[in-house]
Design a protein around this ligand. Structure first.
Ligand SMILES: [Zn+2]
Length: 213
């Protein structure tokens, strides 16, 4: 997709981040890969006022033009993901209520439901805590996402990644729904975690399904 269209898509999805309830106000940020660089939402701009020109182009080490707005303070982990995962085209980061609640109690999302496999594995991992906007947090994130398309961030929020911005965004919404369901299961007090073998069957079936569509 050409750069002007990617800029517009980022604006549309930044507003959707607010309207979907995934993140309120300015919390949360988005990026897409653009050639050898990436386009990312700016720091400190209300997404309702965001225009395509406000989107910031940076290289995969965070360097951009002095004339552009300042990139989101979380550019470290956005760039880190693009450097470590050549298959990934988009990153969505948000602080939705249920994912964030689980992340604050230092829980992963285990295989309590087969749809957990939508994030690419048998659980949705938790990246350990590090200060926001640091290379330390980026290193934790890259490790958690080595074989997954989503993770929780301890005492912070969540990240979903994908082959396009719509697919990363849809995954973020699905993971938040799973987190909400898992919080309800925890209230009931009985978790019935699917076995590795059962989850492998789901992953195999998802893989076959993916090849058909
Ligand atoms: Zn954040």
């Amino acid at each position: 997709m050409p750069e002007p269209m990617l800029r517009q898509q980022l604006c549309d999805y930044a507003r959707k981040l607010n309207s979907s309830g995934l993140s309120v106000g300015r919390s949360g940020n988005l990026s897409v890969r653009c050639g050898d660089d990436c386009l990312i939402t700016p720091s400190g701009v209300d997404y309702q006022q965001l225009s395509a020109d406000d989107i910031v182009l940076i290289d995969l080490h965070g360097q951009g033009s002095e004339k552009s707005l300042q990139a989101s303070s979380e550019w470290h982990f956005h760039c880190g993901i693009y450097r470590s995962r050549s298959d990934i085209q988009a990153v969505v980061h948000a602080h939705p209520t249920y994912c964030t609640s689980l992340a604050c109690s230092h829980r992963t999302i285990p295989a309590f439901h087969y749809m957990v496999a939508v994030a690419g594995g048998k659980d949705i991992p938790l990246a350990p805590y590090a200060l926001f906007g640091t290379e330390a947090l980026s290193a934790h994130v890259s490790k958690a996402l080595q074989q997954r398309q989503a993770c929780l961030l301890a005492n912070h929020g969540m990240i979903a990644i994908g082959e396009s911005l719509p697919s990363a965004f849809n995954l973020a919404e699905e993971v938040e729904t799973l987190a909400e369901q898992y919080c309800e299961v925890l209230k009931l007090g009985t978790e019935n975690i699917l076995s590795d073998e059962q989850m492998q069957q789901v992953l195999d079936k998802f893989h076959d399904y993916g090849q058909r569509v």
